[in-house]
Design a protein around this ligand. Structure first.
Ligand code: FAD
Length: 561
């Protein structure tokens, strides 16, 4: 987000642990499985619970509000940990809480001091719920196509207010919020306005009948000549809306990344437990390698790669590196990889439960439907691929191809110091990526949008692999951030990192070659590329893969490693 969070010192570790525990107990008490399934079935938002969470009873909203406005001033790392925990409980409920923070983001970023004091203060002290009204029926990924208008109302040639007209689509908390930020086209360009519930001409549709997150209220909004006083124009200057929306992405995408992580892990943890109890052919499923190494281990490995990317980005935002959207690409990588991994992990968890996974009672089916939204909202996976690829493509051009070669050298240096974390294999992914990008430059291949998007995917794999190797090395050095997740001991994390690095190097080199070959002019000589991809080394690096997967399974099932 916003400078206030970037300059926040964040919570101390004990306070964060207390919040995570309180959240778990509070939601566990207010939302036992039976009630959760019933609400899901009835497609009902437990507004009472959302308000209790964001009010005096739990006060989770205080975490997100800077101390200056009466909150606790949690940093990005705190927010990631809390978002993961909320999503483990219910992604729908988590979405309702997220909506308040998305809704107030334009104010954080661009509000005047008075606007911040008023609205952020009200979130902290009154626990009011916000909604974020950006999307329209015909303006989703392309917000610039918005049609909602803000027409100035003049008195004696002075603008005293605006009349808003239009429709917003898929707005979380749309039917229950107390306040709304609405993006509308003013004469000076797209602009945010803050609007209180109940304004004349402002209404909402009935909640959407959704595939998942059915505990979250999602509704269309209708603006029919709604008057807003000029004091409610966020920041007091027209035309800042899209810039303000962009500025927060590094941070808000990290929140949704944490939802993917929490949703995915919640499904995998259920599958792990189930596999220890379910006996087939005389032994528990957890003892069958063909089961664990397909349905559990790969998803744990990907989720932990995503976690490494999230933790690294959150730490950097908290260190003040995220000003003015400087870490938006890292946020996009974390969001893309964590949500895609969470979604795939939940799908595998259904399979891991067999027929029981296909019924509602075992909950993985619900988690799968819920976590599905995370690859769509706050920027779809395809938009993430585009964002990632465009930025790193520019870096590749600017550095004349050195960007990933330099990163490969850094990983080789890490390997020299900590050979057990797979950094040399992660370096192969970076080296291959540099070669693929260069082949795309020479052949003008990014004219193909599909190639550009595939580059976005490969970049995410390579960068997550590097983040994971660094995290595993920090764990081995006893130097993980103090508030870091501590589920895995350093040797297990090293095995996870080696496993992921092999997959990343293989994917970047083989898929990269495939797309270059697939898009190049027929007859193009690509022998040079094949050599630069170092395929024999990538293949040789796969040695020990199955043994490492065995180690990861041992760690998950608490067997001696
Ligand atoms: C449950 C739910 C809650 C939501 N909550 C909110 C909210 O609180 N506030 C809010 O403002 N919005 C909210 N949204 C909207 C959400 O952010 C959008 O749905 C999302 O950004 C995608 O926009 P769209 O649905 O118009 O799809 P589109 O943009 O039409 O995309 C359709 C498909 O085309 C792909 N695509 C789009 N553009 C391109 C391109 N240039 N090149 C290649 N492929 C492309 C997309 O990746 C996607 O696969 C919510 C949506 C849902 C479903």
């Amino acid at each position: 987000m916003h400078q206030p969070v970037a300059t926040n010192t964040g919570l101390d570790g004990d306070t964060l642990s207390m919040i995570l525990e309180a959240l778990h107990d509070f939601v566990g008490h207010g939302l036992p499985d039976a009630r959760m399934l019933e609400l899901d079935h009835e497609d009902q938002c437990p507004e009472d619970l959302v308000r209790a969470m964001c009010g005096d009873e739990l006060g989770i909203q205080l975490l997100f509000v800077p101390e200056a406005y009466g909150g606790m001033g949690g940093g990005s790392f705190d927010v990631y940990r809390v978002c993961e925990q909320m999503a483990r409980l219910d992604v729908g409920l988590a979405t309702s809480v997220l909506a308040t923070f998305l809704g107030s983001d334009p104010l954080f970023v661009g509000g005047t001091p008075e606007q911040k004091q008023l609205w952020l203060g009200r979130i902290a002290t009154e626990g009011i719920l916000f909604a974020y009204g950006a999307t329209e029926p015909e303006a989703g990924s392309d917000l610039g196509a918005l049609k909602t208008t803000a027409t100035p109302v003049l008195e004696n040639d002075v603008v005293v207010g605006y009349r808003l007209n239009g429709r917003k689509q898929w707005i979380s908390n749309g039917g229950i919020a107390d306040a709304y930020t609405i993006l509308a086209l003013a004469p000076g360009g797209p602009t945010w306005f803050v609007l209180a519930r109940g304004a004349e001409g402002f209404s909402h549709a009935k909640p959407e009948d959704k595939h998942g997150i059915r505990l979250s209220n999602t509704a269309a909004l209708f603006l029919d000549d709604v008057y807003v006083p000029v004091e409610n124009l966020v920041g007091g200057v027209e035309g800042q809306g899209l810039i303000q929306a962009q500025q927060v992405f590094g941070y808000t995408r990290l929140m949704v990344a944490a939802f993917g992580l929490g949703g995915g892990w919640s499904a995998v943890d259920r599958a792990i437990k189930y596999s220890t109890e379910r006996i087939q052919a005389g032994t528990p499923l957890s003892e069958k390698q063909g089961y664990t190494h397909k349905l559990i281990v790969p998803w744990v490995v990907r989720l932990e790669a995503a976690r490494a990317s999230i933790e690294e980005t959150a730490s950097r935002i908290d260190a003040g590196e995220g000003e003015n959207g400087a870490l938006n690409t890292e946020g996009a990588i974390a969001k893309y990889f964590a949500t895609e991994s969470g979604n795939s992990a939940a799908e595998a968890a259904i399979q891991a439960h067999g027929g029981y996974g296909y019924t509602r009672e075992y909950i993985v089916e619900k988690i799968k439907r819920d976590v599905r939204i995370t690859t769509i909202y706050e920027g779809t996976s395809e938009i993430m691929e585009m964002t990632i690829a465009r930025d790193r493509w520019q870096q590749h051009l600017k550095t004349r191809g050195e960007f990933y070669r330099e990163r490969a050298r850094e990983l080789d240096a890490l390997h020299a110091r900590r050979p057990e974390v797979g950094a040399a294999t992660a370096a192969l992914a970076d080296a291959a990526l540099a070669a693929v990008l260069e082949a795309c430059r020479i052949g003008h291949l990014t004219r193909n949008q599909h190639v550009l998007f595939r580059l976005g995917e490969l970049i995410a794999w390579a960068e997550c692999s590097a983040s994971l190797a660094r995290r595993a090395a920090a764990a081995a050095d006893g130097a993980l951030p103090p508030k870091s997740d501590s589920r895995f001991a350093p040797p297990a994390l090293a095995a996870i990192s080696r496993t992921f690095a092999r997959e990343a190097a293989h994917k970047v080199a083989e898929d990269g070659l495939r797309w270059v070959r697939g898009a190049a002019e027929p007859g193009t000589d690509l022998d040079g590329l094949e050599a630069q991809l170092r395929l024999p080394e990538v293949h040789a690096a796969q040695a020990g893969l199955v043994a490492d997967m065995d180690l990861v399974a041992d760690a998950l099932y608490h067997r001696p490693m």
